[in-house]
Design a protein around this ligand. Structure first.
Ligand code: ADP
Length: 430
């Protein structure tokens, strides 16, 4: 067992290709830790640096309390499984699993007993005398995992081990792998681009984008309390609504979020309002998951959006509806793409000292008591990454009609609010 610390680790490939930028991570002993992100974000590079297969360009890698930058791979006691677990083709499954123990000169009877036990745990006991060429992809991958685990490494690294398998098998194997590595207590770093795999398996997840660490936390933390808009969008199925608007602080009301022709009001009692004051007159981005929108007959003022149902999808347990609402939306990939600084969680929106008092005089008269605007705000120029699009909501088992006008009550507590660069206006709780 071991713990892994990346302290400001970067990787620069030849040609000044920066694959990993100033990553700080602490992977704890015995954890099943998942590196998650789209293809090319630097996940495998981090894994390979931990394994000693790639040099660390900048920063320090610590393994079990010791600096490991220059430690040879064999001195790290790590085992790695790749997408296509490579097995020796002329050895049986049992022979493949036995091999690392033979090399280390283990007692033969003990080694045999270990192989038997592990093949049972992996559900491949009946394949023990089969050649790899006669196995299915899933069976081969189980054997490769067995061969990696048999010598009881202190660190187990897996690089997309399930991505070449079909969906059903992936679901089955991910449960088994998680249970197996937890039962051994081996610290495991698991790379995937599949958010469901990450959410279902991980103790904690690190989300990467363009070599930058965007967020780290338990699956619940990064789903419910993500550091950035990119993370909220990456861990969202069905897709989260990402709405673009402008924040207006209104003395007797709260902060009005003007979303195209519609508005929501964040009351002053909301803990986010101090951060929102500092964004008065500025662009904000709101993330609302489809299940945080509830169709209602009479909406509460300041908490309701309206739309006209355009498309319906039946998802078995509920209907997913797409309603035209006239609200500009944003593409998660284009928001904050230029933000290359340290982890986003470290950046914090500045709360205004003294709260609304400092602004009261200036704001009075901009809006009426009911939130209607008395003077038009200055025209805002945006970078052009938004497009008009639909509001997506779940309507439970009731099937809305196409063309129906719907009122959707927004669960404001679950609405995520981001600055224009995609960083949450209030830092996540970790
Ligand atoms: P991921 O595992 O998230 O798909 P990688 O770590 O494989 O991403 O790659 C991160 C970035 O580094 C990519 O842009 C990739 O093209 C680049 N890269 C990976 N390996 C090399 C290499 N050996 N030489 C140059 N660039 C590389």
């Amino acid at each position: 067992m071991t713990d892994v610390v990346l302290d400001g680790v970067s990787k620069v490939y030849p040609g000044d290709q920066r694959a990993v930028r100033d990553v700080h991570l602490h992977i704890r002993e015995g954890e099943l830790f998942v590196l998650l992100g789209p293809s090319g974000c630097g996940k495998s590079t981090i894994l390979r640096m931990i394994a000693g297969l790639e040099e660390v360009s900048e920063g320090t890698l610590w393994l079990n309390g010791g600096v490991a930058n220059d430690l040879s791979p064999r001195d790290r006691n790590v085992a790695m499984v790749f997408q296509e677990g490579a097995l020796y083709p002329h050895r049986t499954v049992g022979g493949n699993m036995m091999f690392p123990l033979e090399v280390s000169g283990s007692d033969r009877a003990e080694a045999r007993a270990k192989v038997t036990e592990l093949t049972r745990a992996l559900g491949i006991s009946s394949m023990i005398d089969r050649m790899p060429g006669t196995l299915s992809g899933g069976q081969r991958q189980r054997a490769a995992i067995g061969r990696a685990l048999i010598r009881e490494p202190s660190l187990f690294l897996m690089d997309e081990p399930l991505s070449s398998l079909d969906a059903g098998l992936r679901t089955e194997l991910r449960l088994e792998i998680a249970a197996l590595v937890r039962s051994t207590g081996t610290t495991t770093v698991y790379v995937t681009h599949d958010q469901v795999e990450a959410m279902t398996m991980a103790d904690r997840i690190a989300v990467l984008r363009d070599g930058v660490l965007e967020d780290v936390g338990t699956p619940e933390q990064i789903y419910q309390d993500p550091a950035t808009l990119f993370v909220a969008a990456f861990l969202s199925s069905p897709p989260i609504n990402l709405l673009q608007g402008t924040a207006w602080a209104v003395q007797d009301l709260g902060v009005v979020l003007e979303l195209g022709p519609q508005r929501l009001t964040v009351p002053w009692s909301d803990p986010r309002s101090p951060s929102l004051i500092s964004l008065h007159g500025r662009t904000v981005l709101c993330g609302i998951r489809p299940d945080a929108l509830t169709p209602v007959h009479e909406g509460t003022p300041g908490r309701t959006l309206t739309g006209r149902v355009r498309v319906l999808e039946f998802h078995g347990h509920d209907w997913l509806a797409y309603a035209e609402a006239g609200i500009p939306t944003v593409d998660a990939n284009s928001v904050g793409a230029q933000r290359k600084a340290a982890t986003a969680g470290a950046e914090q929106a500045r709360a205004v000292p003294g709260g609304l008092g400092a602004f009261g005089g200036r704001l009075r008269g901009l809006f009426g008591r009911d939130g209607s605007r008395l003077e038009p705000p200055p025209e805002e120029e945006h970078e052009g990454h938004h497009r008009r699009s639909d509001l997506i909501f779940t309507s439970g088992t009731r099937r809305p009609d196409r063309g129906e006008e719907v009122r959707l009550e927004v669960d404001l507590d679950r609405m995520l609010i981001f600055r224009e660069d995609g960083v949450r206006i209030t830092p996540p709780r970790r």
